[in-house]
Design a protein around this ligand. Structure first.
Ligand SMILES: Nc1ncnc2c1ncn2[C@@H]1O[C@H](COP(=O)(O)OP(=O)(O)OP(=O)(O)O)[C@@H](O)[C@H]1O
Ligand SMILES: [Mg+2]
Length: 338
């Protein structure tokens, strides 16, 4: 079964192109999404980030045609969604929302089987697929498959929602604040689980969030929207943090962006100072983030710590100055943001 999933990988992600996609809701004075153009490469996670009302959900739902663009186009692997039958399109796009809406009178297995059943898969194939997916999201089918949604925790229900969205192996996943209603610990756990899952299945994923930390963690790229449905920056997380396109982005990502950027860099990336011959503190691994290194420096009360490679060999010394230099790398508009 695992092999099946792997075999699907190559063909199961798709490129998504927004081509000046615009939505003006009836009677609205201004567009909800205004000439959105961006390309999400196959297999990547793109996080849509921005304040309430900035058009994130509208952008997402134009992809599966729950909302029709007023003008412009959205293409999946080169084919305009407008040319595709809406129902068929939605079966090929996994959709996960905050209130995931599992069918309460159906068991977990029956819930996950929904789309394959609609597609007319053979019973054995559906059963195998459902079990495979429940395993994949960490809900052993023997234990959970026969339960009803009310008999699961919020985080477990959310996982069922993800399994259900993945059931027919869609090339695209749309996730609208999927972990928004969860407590911080469950949320972090779900983020980790989803990233682990994504490593395996590599769906092209549009993921709406309004949380910068979540965006940095989840996104290969982040699209930042502002009021009026304007895309203001579309970049890798590191670029967003270190080179915000304008004042709005800089304010949105917050004053501690230097600290956040530290979570994206590794000790091994720094031009380390030479190794001390007889360090008196335990070494940090080259793979630790600069954020961790900073914490270690602060708790150790020294301004330098030895660094070791995977074999425990000392390879250099990390200093507070090195980290400071890295965190303080100037970004455009730095002066305008207090
Ligand atoms: N069905 C609708 N009819 C009319 N206006 C709508 C409709 N849905 C959304 N809007 C408006 O379009 C704009 C964008 O809404 P959208 O739901 O896309 O924002 P969002 O970024 O997802 O916000 P949030 O973070 O609060 O979920 C808002 O001004 C909203 O009021
Ligand atoms: Mg929304």
């Amino acid at each position: 079964m695992e092999k099946d999933l792997m075999a699907n990988q190559g063909q199961s992600a798709a490129e998504i192109v927004f081509d000046r996609a615009t939505k003006v809701y009836r009677g609205a004075p201004a567009p909800a999404v205004d000439e959105l153009s961006m390309t999400v490469p196959a297999g990547e996670i793109c996080v849509l980030l921005g304040p309430s009302g900035s058009g994130k959900t509208t952008a997402l739902t134009m992809v599966n045609r729950l909302v029709e663009p007023t003008s412009g186009d959205i293409r999946i692997d080169g084919v305009s969604v407008a040319e595709q039958d809406a129902t068929g399109l939605r079966r090929r796009i996994g959709y996960v929302i905050q209130q995931i809406g599992l069918f309460p009178h159906m068991t977990i297995e029956e819930n996950v089987a929904t789309v394959p059943q609609v597609l007319g898969w053979k019973r054995d194939r559906i059963r195998d697929r459902v079990r495979e997916l429940l395993d994949l999201v960490g809900l052993p089918p023997g234990e959970y498959g026969g339960r009803y949604p009310a008999q699961l925790s919020g985080g477990q229900r959310q996982r069922v929602g993800i399994a259900r969205a993945l059931a027919a192996d869609p090339p695209v996943m749309l996730m609208d604040e999927p972990f928004g209603a969860l407590d911080p610990i469950t949320r972090e756990h779900m983020q980790d689980e989803f990233l682990r899952l994504h490593e395996q299945v590599r769906k092209t994923t549009l993921f709406v969030s309004h949380d910068m930390d979540e965006a940095v963690k989840m996104g290969d790229r982040i699209a930042i929207f502002r009021e009026g449905g304007h895309l203001v920056q579309y970049d890798a997380p590191e670029r967003i943090l270190t080179a915000p396109a304008d004042d709005f982005v800089a304010r949105f990502i917050g004053a501690d962006r230097g600290l956040k950027a530290l979570t994206l860099r590794r000790v091994g990336d720094l031009p380390l100072e030479p190794a001390d011959t007889t360090p008196d503190t335990a070494p940090l691994a080259v793979t630790e983030t600069l954020h961790t290194a900073l914490s270690a420096l602060m708790t150790s009360g020294t301004d330098r710590l030895p660094v070791a490679d995977g074999d425990g060999r000392l390879v250099g010394t990390v200093t507070l100055d090195l980290i400071r230099a890295e965190a303080g790398r100037p970004a455009p508009h730095e002066g305008e943001v207090a």
